[in-house]
Design a protein around this ligand. Structure first.
Ligand SMILES: [Zn+2]
Length: 114
């Protein structure tokens, strides 16, 4: 009994070959962006595509840039000022001292009453 028949009769290798995958994903590179809040975002883009200068930070929505040391935009529309800083803008140091002394005196009076 020739064993060759079994092999010949099998369908091994007779299935139509899948067409070679013609679509190859383009080579990618990682591009990093940093937002003002210190979030680093890495996006992957095609090597031949030009990286946009800005990318919206997916974590906080601020624009993120390519330079980690100098992220775009401003964290706040205005630098944060303490209440005292605003007071100092409106009043001179002397006035400030007087107001402080007055406030302390009022505080001491209140505490004295308690
Ligand atoms: Zn962010």
């Amino acid at each position: 009994m020739p064993s060759g028949n079994v092999i010949r009769g099998s369908r091994i290798g007779s299935a139509p070959e899948r067409p070679a995958e013609r679509y190859e994903p383009a080579p990618r590179r990682a591009v990093s962006y940093w937002c003002r809040n210190g979030h680093a975002t890495e996006i992957r883009m095609a090597v031949d595509a030009e990286a946009p200068p800005l990318w919206d930070c997916p974590r906080c929505g601020l624009p993120a840039g390519r330079d980690a040391e100098n992220p775009p935009g401003r964290a706040r529309p205005e630098p944060y000022k303490t209440h005292l800083a605003y007071v100092k803008e409106r009043r001179s140091a002397e006035e400030g001292e007087a107001i402080l002394a007055e406030a302390l005196a009022a505080l001491r009076r209140r505490r004295g009453r308690e």
